[in-house]
Design a protein around this ligand. Structure first.
Ligand code: ZN
Ligand code: ZN
Length: 1010
C-alpha cells in the first residue's frame, strides 16, 4: 500500500482564512519593503503608457465614513488594475482644505455661532491657524483609512488647495476668465444662507439632497388697481416678506384673465384657476363678470400698500414708470395660484431678469445677516423671514388680506447649515459660464459615463448653463485677486504672489501668505488716477479650488502629459460639484470645447442595512477606521464592489460580510493551501514541472484542459466587465470561477489522483500541480485589484514560495490576458453535458434515498446522438462523479417501469440508474460511509491530511456488516490514511480512546492510533 509518509511541511498559510491577522502582516510587509513607493517609481520609468489622474480631493472637515471608503476602493481597483496592465498612473492624493465646510466645522469646534461673532471673538488671524489645525487632524484620519483599506495612493505627492503655490495656479484659471471677459462683478440674485452669511452657487442649491420639507405661510392677498373703486388683483405667495421689495405684477400675455365679482368687489385672476381658488378660499358665491386677455392688462397700475411704511418704495415710482405696474411675462405659471405673480427683483431670479431687462431699479434693502436696512422703513432691523408676520398684519389692517394658512412644501436649505436659503440680489463676482455653455455641452459629449442615468442627470444640470457665482463673503479661502481703486473704481487683476509684492505700495513684512488677513493688508496704487486700491473682499467658492486641480496640482509639463485625465470616479452628488467645476474651468482655461477627463464614473451612496441614508442625526454613520478595526479590508472591498453596480446604492449590512464574501475569499485561500500542501509534498518545482512540459508529455487530461479553457473565459469576461465599470459583474465572474469551476467541479475530478505518493503516477500529479499553479496564480492576480491583501499573501506564501524567482510583490505582475488557443468551446460543451448528467444522477439518487457515496452498477443515458458522443469522451469522469461502474448511451428511452430502476430527466437528457445493490456494492457503500466518519474524526482531532495513522479501529459493528466490509479494508485504509484498519463487534480489543458516532441510526465506535 502506498501512502504519503512524510510529516507536513511548515505551513506558511494558516489552516483557516483569518483575514485581520493576514492583513496586518501584509501591511507591515508593504510598509517595511516600501512596495507602494517602489511600484510607483518603477512604473514611472517602465510603462507601456501614461494614464492621467487627478484626485477628487476630500474636504478635510470630517472623518472618512464607509461611503468614502467605497469610492476610494473603486479608485484603487482601477489603479492596481491599470498598473498591472503596464500603465503609469500618477495616483497621488489631494486635499480640499478651505472654504465654507471647513470654516463651519472650525466655528463648531470653537463654539462660535456666526461670522460676526467669529470676527469679534476670534479674529481672522487666529481663525486661519485654527482652520489649519483642524484640517491636519482630519488628514490623519484619512491617511489612516487609506492605510487600512490598502489604498495605494501616494500621500507623499499630495496636493493641498490652501498652499500659496496651488492658489497661484488656481488664479491662472481666473486670469484666463478675466482676459476673456468671463469674470465680472454684478448685481445678481443668488441663493444666500443667513446662517453661513454667504451666497452659494446655483450648483450648491439642492446639493446633497438639501431640499427639505418646511412650513411656510400660504398667503392670498389683494393689490388694489389704482384709481378703481373696488377692483383688485388677487395674488398668492409663500414668502410674505418679499412684499417689502415688491416692484411689479406679472401676468401671462396669452392667458385669459377674468374679473370675478366677490363680496361686492372685483378680483382679477387667471380664468382656469377661478374654481379651485374659490374652493380653496371657501367662497361659494362669486360670479365671473368679464374675460380679458392677459396682454390687455399690461401697464395697469396698482396701489403698493406700504408706501407709508417704506418711503423708499414711494421714491421708486419716481425712478421708473413701470414700478408698481403690470408687466407681461411668459414664465407666469397659469396652472397654479392665481396667475398673477408679484415681482420682487431683489428676492427672485426671474423677477430680477424681468426688472433688469426693463431697467426697473432693483430694491434689495438687506444687510449681510439678511436683516432689512433702514431703506426698508418700518421693517428696518427685522430678519427677512421674521418679517412675514408683520407683512400679514399690515395687510390685515388695510383690508387686503384674503386668507393666510400654512403649507408644507419642499424648499432648498443650506447643504451645510440647513438654514432656509433666501434669494437675494447682491453684488457678487461671476464666471459667465452661460456664455460658454455650448462649448461645455460639446465637451461633455465626448466623455464616457458608463451609466445612462447619472449621465442624464449631469447633462440636464449642465444645460441650465447659469452664471457661476464664485465669490464668497468668508475668511478661510483662496482670495479673489482683484484690487479696486477707492477713488475711480478701476480694477486690477493680480495673477501671482510675485506680481502682488512687486505692485504693493508697502512691501509685506514677516509672515505673508495668500490668505486673509495678510493679503488684505496689501494696497496698490491705481494706474489711472493714483488712488489707493484695496482688494475686493471675497474669497473663492471652494468648488473653484478643487475644480482648478488639473492645472493647479501639476506643473506645466505634467499638465501637458496627464490632462485630459483618463478616468475619474466620485459620488453622484459631484454632478453638481467637482465634475461640473472641473469641466467649466477647463473650458475657460483652454478656450477649447474639451473636457479635462475622458471618463467619469458616478457612484451611488452607501446606506445603512435598512436602506436609510447615513446621517449624524440617525446615528447610523459607519466610520471607515472603526469599521476596519473589526472587519477585514479585503472582505469589505469585495462586498462593496460585489453587492451592486457602482452607480447603485449599497445597503451596507455587517451581517452579510461574513457570509458570501468570506466564503469566496476563504475558498480561494483553501484552494491555494490545498495546492501548496500537495505540491510541496511531491517536491513540485514550477520552473521544471511546467504546464508546457505536462502538455508535451501528454500528462494533461480533459478535466485540466477544461479548467484552462474556462480560465480564458474568466479572464476575458472579468477584464471586459472592468472596462465597462461593471465591477459587480467582474467579481461575479471571479466568484463563479473559484466557487463553481475550481472548487465544486474541478477539484473533485482530480482529488483522488493526488491522494497517493505512488512514484509511478508522480508525473501525472506534477501535471495537476502545474495546472493548479497556473490557474490559481492567475486567479490571484485577477483578484489583486479587489482584494490586494489576500492576493499578496497568496502570492508570497504560495506562488513565490514554490517559485522564488517571482517578483517582489504581486503588484509587479502583469494583468492576465486570455489565450485564444487554450480556449475550446467544444470541450466546454462536453463538460456541460457531463455536469448536467451527473446532477441528474444525483437527483435520481436523492429521490430513491441512495447516497452519492454508495456505488451503483449501471447508468443508462438517454440523449441525442451528439450529446451521447460528447459524454462518451468523458466517460471516466462520468462514472467517477456519478459513482457507477458502467454506462450505456441510447437515443430511445428503454422501459423504465421495470423494477429497480430510478431516473431523472431534464430537457432532452434522461439518466437511468440501476438501483439494485448486491453484497459487493453494499459493502463498498458501507466502507465509504465509515471512511467519511473517520476522516471527520481525524480533522476533529487535529490531524492534517498528510498525517499517516498507525491504526484505525472500528468497534460496535454488527457481524453481517463486518462480513460486508471485509473485502474493502485495504481500500478503506488508503482512504483514511492509516496503515491498517481493524473491525470489532465491541470496544474491548483496542485500548485506545473510543469515539462514538452514528451510522444510519446505529451506534458505532472509532478509535485512532497515531
Ligand atoms: Zn448655511
Ligand atoms: Zn483710480
Amino acid at each position: 500500500m502506498n501512502v504519503k509518509f512524510k510529516p507536513n511541511s511548515e505551513a506558511s498559510l494558516t489552516i483557516d482564512y483569518r483575514p485581520l491577522e493576514l492583513e496586518k502582516e501584509i501591511r507591515e510587509f508593504w510598509e517595511t519593503d516600501k512596495i507602494q513607493q517602489k511600484l510607483m517609481d518603477f512604473k514611472e520609468k517602465n510603462n507601456s503608457g501614461l494614464l492621467g489622474f487627478v484626485e477628487g480631493p476630500p474636504t478635510l472637515n470630517g472623518i472618512p465614513h464607509v461611503g468614502h471608503a467605497r469610492g476610494r476602493v473603486m479608485k484603487d481597483l482601477r489603479y492596481r488594475w491599470k498598473t498591472m496592465q503596464g500603465y503609469y498612473v500618477p495616483f497621488w492624493a489631494g486635499w480640499d482644505c478651505q472654504g465654507l465646510p471647513v470654516e463651519l466645522e472650525v466655528e463648531r469646534l470653537l463654539g462660535v455661532k456666526n461670522k460676526r461673532e467669529l470676527l469679534e471673538r476670534v479674529g481672522e488671524e487666529r481663525f486661519i491657524q485654527e482652520c489649519k489645525k483642524a484640517i491636519m487632524k482630519y488628514h490623519r484620519e484619512w491617511v489612516e483609512a487609506d492605510r487600512k483599506l490598502g489604498v495605494f495612493m501616494s500621500h507623499e505627492r499630495a496636493y493641498w488647495t490652501y498652499y500659496d503655490s496651488y492658489i497661484e495656479r488656481e488664479w491662472q484659471y481666473l486670469k484666463h476668465a478675466w482676459d476673456q471677459n468671463l469674470l465680472e462683478e454684478g448685481y445678481y440674485v443668488v441663493a444666500y444662507c443667513p446662517g453661513c452669511q454667504t451666497s452659494l452657487s446655483s450648483a450648491e442649491v439642492g446639493y446633497m439632497d438639501s431640499y427639505q420639507m418646511v412650513e411656510d405661510p400660504s398667503l392670498y392677498f389683494k393689490f388694489k388697481v389704482a384709481n378703481s373703486k373696488n377692483e383688485y388683483f388677487l395674488v398668492w405667495t409663500t414668502m410674505p416678506f418679499t412684499l417689502v421689495t415688491d416692484t411689479m405684477l406679472a401676468v401671462h400675455p396669452e392667458a385669459e384673465y377674468v374679473k370675478v365679482k366677490v363680496r361686492g368687489e372685483t378680483w382679477i385672476m387667471v380664468k382656469p384657476r377661478v374654481e379651485p381658488v374659490m374652493q380653496e378660499l371657501g367662497i361659494e358665491k362669486y360670479e365671473v363678470a368679464e374675460t380679458v386677455q392677459g396682454k390687455s392688462l399690461e401697464g395697469t397700475k396698482y396701489d403698493f400698500p406700504f408706501k407709508d411704511l417704506i418711503p423708499k418704495q414711494a421714491e421708486l415710482e419716481g425712478l421708473h414708470e413701470l414700478v408698481h405696474k403690470v408687466v407681461l411675462e411668459d414664465f407666469v405659471d397659469v396652472a397654479t395660484a392665481t396667475g398673477v405673480v408679484h415681482q420682487s427683483p431683489g428676492n427672485g431670479e426671474e423677477d430680477f431678469f424681468a426688472a433688469q431687462k426693463r431697467g426697473v431699479p432693483i430694491f434689495a434693502p438687506f444687510d449681510d445677516e439678511v436683516k432689512f436696512t433702514p431703506d426698508a422703513g418700518a421693517f428696518n432691523g427685522l430678519f427677512a423671514r421674521d418679517a412675514d408676520a408683520k407683512v400679514v398684519e399690515e395687510l390685515r389692517k388695510r383690508g387686503l388680506l384674503v386668507e393666510v394658512k400654512t403649507v408644507k412644501h419642499e424648499y432648498p436649505t443650506c447643504w451645510r447649515s440647513h438654514h432656509k436659503l433666501v434669494w437675494l440680489a447682491r453684488k457678487e463676482y461671476f464666471l459667465r459660464t452661460d456664455k460658454i455653455n455650448s462649448k461645455v455641452l460639446e465637451a461633455v459629449e465626448q466623455v464616457k459615463f458608463f451609466y445612462d442615468s447619472p449621465r442624464n442627470r449631469f447633462l440636464a444640470f449642465l444645460k441650465e448653463g447659469k452664471p457661476w457665482c464664485i465669490s464668497r463673503e468668508r475668511v478661510w479661502g483662496a482670495p479673489l485677486p482683484i484690487w479696486k481703486c477707492e477713488k475711480c473704481g478701476a480694477k486690477t487683476f493680480v495673477a501671482s504672489k510675485q506680481e502682488l509684492i512687486a505692485k504693493a505700495i508697502e512691501k509685506p513684512q514677516g509672515n505673508f501668505e495668500l490668505h486673509k488677513p495678510w493679503v488684505d493688508r496689501i494696497t496698490l496704487r491705481c494706474e489711472k488716477c493714483g488712488g489707493t486700491m484695496h482688494r475686493e473682499d471675497f474669497v473663492l467658492d471652494t468648488w473653484h479650488n478643487s475644480g482648478a486641480s488639473p492645472y493647479a496640482r501639476y506643473s506645466d509639463e505634467e499638465f501637458a502629459k496627464y490632462v485630459p485625465v483618463d478616468f475619474l470616479t466620485e459620488a453622484i452628488d459631484q454632478t453638481r460639484g467637482w465634475a461640473n467645476s472641473l469641466l467649466l474651468e477647463h473650458v475657460i482655461l483652454t478656450g477649447k470645447a474639451e473636457s479635462p477627463y475622458k471618463a467619469f464614473l458616478f457612484q451611488g451612496f452607501v446606506q445603512d442595512a435598512k436602506g436609510r441614508k447615513m446621517s449624524k442625526s440617525l446615528g447610523n454613520v459607519v466610520e471607515a477606521n472603526k469599521l476596519l478595526e473589526k472587519y477585514s479590508a479585503d472582505i469589505c472591498r469585495f462586498y462593496m464592489l460585489r453587492k451592486c453596480s457602482p452607480e447603485g446604492s449599497v445597503n451596507f449590512d455587517f451581517n452579510e460580510l461574513g457570509r458570501r464574501p468570506y466564503q469566496v475569499l476563504s475558498t480561494l485561500h483553501h484552494l491555494s493551501r490545498f495546492l501548496l500542501q500537495n505540491a510541496e509534498f511531491d517536491g513540485f518545482n514550477p520552473k521544471k514541472a511546467t504546464l508546457e512540459k505536462a502538455k508535451r508529455e501528454k500528462q494533461l487530461k480533459k478535466a485540466d484542459y477544461w479548467l484552462l479553457s474556462k480560465l480564458q473565459e474568466a479572464i476575458e469576461n472579468c477584464t471586459s466587465k472592468l472596462e465597462t465599470c461593471e465591477f459587480n459583474f467582474a467579481l461575479a465572474v471571479l466568484e463563479d470561477y473559484v466557487i463553481e469551476v475550481i472548487s465544486r467541479l474541478y477539484v473533485p475530478m482530480v482529488r483522488k489522483e493526488l491522494w497517493t505518493d505512488d512514484p509511478e503516477t508522480l508525473s501525472r500529479r506534477l501535471a495537476v500541480y502545474a495546472t493548479l499553479f497556473h490557474v490559481l496564480k492567475t486567479v490571484t492576480l485577477l483578484f489583486n485589484p479587489v482584494t490586494p491583501y489576500l492576493s499578496e499573501a497568496l502570492y508570497q506564501r504560495v506562488y513565490k514560495k514554490l517559485d522564488p524567482t517571482l517578483a517582489s510583490s504581486v503588484n509587479f505582475e502583469s494583468w492576465p490576458k486570455p489565450d485564444k488557443k487554450t480556449r475550446s468551446k467544444t470541450l466546454e460543451e462536453e463538460f456541460e453535458a457531463l455536469f448536467k448528467c451527473v446532477s441528474l444522477a444525483y437527483a435520481a439518487r436523492q429521490n430513491a434515498k441512495l447516497k452519492r457515496r454508495w456505488p451503483l452498477n449501471k447508468m443508462v443515458v438517454v440523449a441525442p446522438k451528439d450529446i451521447c458522443e460528447a459524454l462518451h469522451t468523458v466517460e471516466d469522469l462520468l462514472l467517477e462523479l456519478s459513482n457507477v461502474k458502467t454506462a450505456e448511451y441510447v437515443q430511445e428511452a428503454p422501459d423504465v417501469s421495470q423494477e429497480g430502476w430510478i431516473s431523472a430527466v431534464e430537457g432532452n437528457l434522461q439518466v437511468l440508474l440501476d438501483a439494485h445493490r448486491d453484497e459487493g456494492l453494499l459493502g463498498e457503500g458501507l466502507m465509504r460511509d465509515l471512511a467519511r466518519r473517520i476522516q471527520a474524526l481525524r480533522k476533529e482531532l487535529g490531524y492534517v491530511p498528510t498525517d499517516v495513522l498507525e491504526a484505525v479501529h472500528v468497534g460496535d459493528l454488527e457481524k453481517e456488516n463486518i462480513a460486508l466490509l471485509q473485502p474493502y479494508l485495504e481500500a478503506m485504509a488508503e482512504l483514511v490514511r492509516a496503515k491498517k484498519v481493524q473491525l470489532h463487534t465491541d470496544r474491548k480489543e483496542a485500548s485506545a480512546e473510543w469515539h462514538e458516532t452514528q451510522l444510519d441510526e446505529k451506534k458505532v465506535s472509532i478509535a485512532i492510533i497515531k
